[in-house]
Design a protein around this ligand. Structure first.
Ligand code: ADP
Ligand code: ASP
Ligand code: MG
Length: 418
């Protein structure tokens, strides 16, 4: 008998009918002799609805109260799923994060899981019950409810799997695996049967919302076998067939298909800020970014180009939600202090990244990427690279064109030879 964790996303939990299907699927695994822990998300659209409600009252919602509100979507889901299982004869019990307890730090709206108590869950499993734990939420040391950031139920599930040493964490969603890029943007995108942990981490942190990047970090840190698969198949397909479907995140590089690029990720959530005409002298980056960091604004890409005139332009990107805050800090605490010319910003940018382990041993990836974009007349505003990815910032309006052109140029539309 092995312990398995299932995670079901919002679409998978989107109606009472779908919840009944989730119950049937879980019951099938339970009947096959597995101990089952299930981590559901809120029903589709529910978290957005709750956040919008909060904003009607308070446009910049108080973070503690926002988490109190946003966490309720998952509480409804666990209760409904427990009932659904009971109606088909499976003993089940639901828990909110604080009841387990899933302990986090105090960072409301983007809390990190610190530890998970396993005693209660293990006792229920030993008694033959299916245990259902809320995704997305936890409890801080003072007993306040926290949430883990959008898409955080993935992280809850992988963390629960790690805490219980589950043999596998199955992430059920509305696509049947991880694709070469978002199939909603490129219909020719192909499902990968495997992806390395390193590539998945890059894809997720560069914007592929199929998994929250912290869930991939957990999977890597605790070596949790994680698979992404569809919740929209008939719930009664044989367990063995289901268990081999979707995309497995693997820790072994050599088993991968021999493609140089595995996938293309993109992100529309960032904004660019430029501090123009700053004197080019030691300490300038610190003087600019120090106050930004003190204001808790996360910075992603940074570019500084020293001109021959002794002056430089300094640009960086940040999350669009933090754009106004970053501009305010720069105007109040940086502009005059560093004798900058002007501060300009552009919230309409997009970041496109090509990701692949094969880049480590192949040259020419960057030149093919830049040539493809230039042939489409797309201007590159910023570039950043690591061993297995190249990212560019472009004008938001060219995002879909860029992703499609790159997908084709790197041969990702073509089915790899067996
Ligand atoms: P859930 O509610 O199940 O957590 P999400 O909407 O968070 O589902 O994630 C699934 C979605 O991720 C898919 O519907 C798809 O549009 C998107 N997606 C983005 N990039 C990829 C990719 N590379 N492969 C598969 N899906 C992707
Ligand atoms: N319900 C949360 C969200 O919409 C968490 C999740 O779905 O993973 O972000
Ligand atoms: Mg998700």
């Amino acid at each position: 008998m092995s312990l398995i964790v299932h995670k079901y996303g919002g679409t998978s939990m989107g109606s009472t009918e779908r919840i009944m299907n989730v119950a049937r699927r879980v019951a099938k695994w339970h009947a096959a002799g597995h101990q089952m822990v299930v981590v559901p998300s809120a029903m589709a659209g529910e978290t957005n609805r709750l956040i919008a409600l909060a904003k009607e009252i308070q446009p910049q919602p108080d973070p503690r109260e926002l988490d109190m509100i946003a966490a309720t979507g998952e509480q409804v889901s666990v209760g409904l799923l427990a009932m659904a299982l009971k109606t088909i004869g499976v003993d089940a019990v639901s828990y909110a994060g604080w009841q387990v307890a899933v302990r986090t730090d105090e960072a409301y709206t983007k809390a990190r899981i610190v530890s998970i108590d396993d005693a209660k869950v293990r006792a229920d499993l030993a008694a033959g019950r299916v245990v259902i734990v809320t995704g997305f939420q936890g409890v801080d040391p003072a007993g306040n409810i926290t949430t883990l950031g959008r898409g955080g139920s993935d992280t809850s599930a992988v963390a629960v799997a790690a805490a219980l040493s589950a043999v596998e964490c199955l992430i059920y969603t509305d696509v049947d695996g991880v694709y070469t890029t978002d199939p909603r943007i490129v219909p020719e995108a192909r499902r990968l049967s495997k992806i390395t942990f390193e590539e998945m981490l890059e894809m997720a942190s560069l914007g592929s919302k199929v998994l929250q990047s912290r869930s991939v970090e957990f999977a890597g840190k605790y070596k949790v076998k994680t698979r992404v698969l569809s919740s929209l198949t008939p719930p009664d397909i044989p367990v063995a067939e289901e268990a081999a479907s979707g995309t497995l995140i693997t820790f072994e590089e050599e088993q991968m298909e021999q493609a140089v690029i595995s996938g293309i990720a993109f992100n529309r959530d960032e904004a660019k800020i430029t501090i123009n005409n700053v004197p080019d002298r030691p300490g300038i980056a610190y003087q600019i970014l120090g106050p930004v960091a003190e204001a808790n604004v996360d910075v992603d890409m940074i570019i500084q180009n020293a001109g021959s005139s002794g002056m430089t332009d300094f640009s960086f990107t940040t999350h669009r939600n933090e754009y106004d805050k970053a501009l305010a800090v720069l105007n109040a605490r940086v502009k005059d202090q560093v004798k900058a010319g002007t501060i300009t910003g552009d919230p309409k940018i997009a970041k496109v990244s090509v990701v692949g382990i094969g880049m480590k041993s192949h040259v020419g990836v960057a030149s093919l990427m830049f040539r493809t974009l230039s042939e489409e007349g797309i201007n590159i505003q910023m570039i950043s690279t690591s061993e297995i990815k190249i990212s560019v910032v472009i004008d938001d309006k060219y995002l879909e064109l860029a992703v499609r052109a790159l997908h084709k140029a790197f041969g990702l539309d073509v089915v790899a030879a067996a």
